[in-house]
Design a protein around this ligand. Sequence first.
Ligand code: NAI
Length: 264
Amino acid sequence: MEEKPEQLSNGTELKRALGAVAVTGASSGIGEAVATALSRAGVTVIGLDRDPPNRPPPGGTSMALDVTDEAEVELTIAAAEARFGPIGGLVNAAGILGKVHPPERLRLTDWQREINVDLTGTYIVSRAVGVRMAQRASGAIVNVASIAGMTSAPTHAYSAAKAGVISLTRSLARAWGRQGVRVNAVSPGFTRTPALDKGVSAGVLNASAMAEATALGRLLDASEIADAVVWLLGPGSRGVTGVNLPVDGGFLAGVTWPAYAAPA
Ligand code: NAI
């Protein structure tokens, strides 16, 4: 007997809608959490990372890829599709957190590195995969931006790169929308990942101040970002494109509160 749509599990719907999903930055943090959530849902995951993990996602694969290398990206995406079939979903989670400097001490090499990985890398991979999706008239892309791209922070290059990712999300959504490709972003707040933990250990980030700044009063877990990403990839969000969804534990909701003598 054929399953009715309401009887299908979320995972089955996702698998049918997307086929294979490519996840950049899949070896660590948010990208790893996305790859894990998709694998658990039965989706074939192609993990792409500068440093591939020792263990590929179950039922999927991992491939070494530097998202800033245009030629390598083209070859790797073609090779991945030859092996796993059409890529119906892409998550751009590869990224580096920004260095904190006063503007006059920010070296141009650091500026260029952060813009190159976080913004240009997102563009290069989106273009390689999105063009193929548009030709097939189906696909969903989710970019990992940041609340740093929506507010201000002493991470001048990183924040500009993330604001660029939010803008790019809208322009690609309009460019490919009539060809059945949706492009959305999530903007995580402070999320427990190896990159964030490194910043805390180095004394650049203050864990209790970050938690205190949110409405929920805590840092986020990478799985909470992954859940939002999976929703934006799947059929449940089929009418949504060009949006930037903050997944920030209410950081943005509380931004003005420290300015008031408000009740605790
Ligand atoms: P992470 O360092 O734990 O993971 C990032 C992954 O990206 C690593 O596996 C790394 O090897 C890979 N990567 C870096 N450069 C690459 C390149 N050129 N080519 C291919 N892979 C590359 O970091 P995390 O925290 O998971 O960050 C993931 C994304 O989420 C980044 O874009 C970051 O800006 C964003 N984000 C993170 C937040 C946080 O609080 N952790 C908050 C807001 C945004």
